[in-house]
Design a protein around this ligand. Structure first.
Ligand SMILES: [Zn+2]
Length: 410
């Protein structure tokens, strides 16, 4: 059995893993890194038989429309992942147009991919010409699944995973395997207690409102915005939602079995004022206590409108809820206290705070998950400091730290 990463082995982004086994060629995830301009993985081999998509985030799904150009490849994912990935890849084309770079595929490729998709439930098994892959929930975001390939060896590919249940989705349900290919985003790092983080977050919103300000909450459209809305539910704040998260909400509402508690999710959304049109934003500025809006790293989307209107007001706050990648506006805000809006750099008077709502397992959770799978070999991917995890796992199993583009045998 031979494995080769097209990208995403030693960094968080552009993930793609090719597995060759018994004359078959399988692909696990095929993403891009949504920087400006984006970066792409190596090209997928043309003889891919089946591609498996763990979840919809662009660093896992962003290149999948190109599979429609391959002679025979199918794409397997849960129905929720299929729907959200369709939304995100279309949005990636829109962003490419706005930012002025050439996208790697066309709307026609996204459309052509529909005919190649086989949707499989998160507890289901895909069988095709002797290929057998069992899906199992990965936590992380609704629809996310780990993929267990039953070949010469049993290989469990995690995609991104979260072991603790959150408001939105239950924790990962690992299966036993010979080889575990595991994400390592939080290798060497632990998260603060989630409930405590949520309490501090709600307290900060309350403090902002008490001093006469409004809280702007930049949040990623897929998973994070919904988690934040559930955290704010029943807290009595006048809450507005703007951006692509609205479309994601609809997909989640249509697939209640993929949510930890669909009734609570529905109730959380019922109390939220949704911005349907940009003309309603001015009213939101008057009426809202808290505005949850994309983009999560302040690089685009309606968040820039709200921040542009409110950053001078020291009573207001900007509450970051996601990872801020190097080079993003949000990172600049954290590191230098400045923001770039319409090519002008400003220093907000509004208070800036960051909260860890991560959808990834922390270091100790990753170690425990690896132990539960009883894997003899663990391949660490999707992390830029994997050594900490290798050191923790190595006493009990073989640990491989692959490099992008270099094939290795198991
Ligand atoms: Zn993800």
């Amino acid at each position: 059995m031979e494995l080769r990463f097209l990208g995403g082995a030693s960094e968080v982004g552009s993930l793609g893993l090719v597995v060759r086994d018994q004359g078959r060629t399988l692909l696990f995830d095929y993403g891009l890194t949504p920087t400006d301009p984006p970066t792409y993985p190596r090209p997928a081999p043309t003889n891919v038989d089946v591609a498996f998509l763990s979840h919809a985030h662009l660093d896992h799904s962003g290149m999948t429309p190109l599979l429609s150009r391959l002679p025979k490849s199918r794409l397997v994912a849960t129905p929720v992942t299929v729907a959200v990935a369709d939304l995100l890849t279309k949005d990636a084309l829109k962003v490419a147009r706005l930012e002025g770079y050439l996208p790697p595929y066309s709307p026609g490729d996204i459309h052509a991919l529909h005919a190649r998709v086989t949707a499989v439930d998160r507890h289901g098994t895909f069988r095709h010409r002797g290929i057998e892959v069992e899906l199992t929930p990965a936590g992380h975001i609704p629809g996310a699944a780990m993929m267990l390939y039953r070949g010469e060896k049993d290989v469990l590919f995690t995609g991104d995973l979260q072991t603790i249940p959150t408001h939105l989705v239950g924790g990962a349900e690992p299966l036993e395997c010979d080889v575990l290919v595991m994400e390592s985003t939080y290798a060497g790092r632990e998260h603060p207690d989630r409930r405590e983080t949520e309490r501090r977050f709600r307290d900060k919103v309350a403090e902002t409102v008490e001093r006469g300000g409004k809280a702007i909450v930049p949040a990623f459209a897929v998973g994070r915005a919904q988690e934040v809305l559930m955290t704010l539910a029943h807290s009595g704040f006048t809450t507005y939602l703007d951006g692509m998260a609205r479309a994601v909400d609809e997909i989640y509402l249509a697939a209640p079995e993929y949510l930890a508690d669909a009734r609570r999710f529905r109730q959380a959304l019922e109390g939220v004022h949704v911005i349907e049109h940009s003309s309603e934003r001015r009213h939101a500025l008057q009426d809202a206590d808290v505005i949850v809006t994309t983009g999560g790293m302040l690089d685009g989307g309606p968040v820039l409108y709200y921040v542009g209107e409110l950053y001078r007001d020291a009573r207001c706050s900007i509450l970051l809820t996601g990872f801020q990648v190097e080079g993003s506006n949000g990172r600049q805000l954290m590191d230098e206290g400045t923001l770039t809006i319409d090519e002008t750099t400003v220093r907000p008077a509004a208070e800036v705070q960051k909260y860890d709502f991560s959808a990834h397992a922390g270091h100790s959770d990753l170690v425990r998950l690896a132990q539960r799978t009883r894997a003899k070999t663990v391949v660490l991917m999707h992390g830029d400091h994997r050594e900490a995890l290798r050191d923790a796992l190595a006493p009990s199993c073989e640990v491989v730290l692959p490099a992008n583009g270099k094939p290795f045998s198991l």
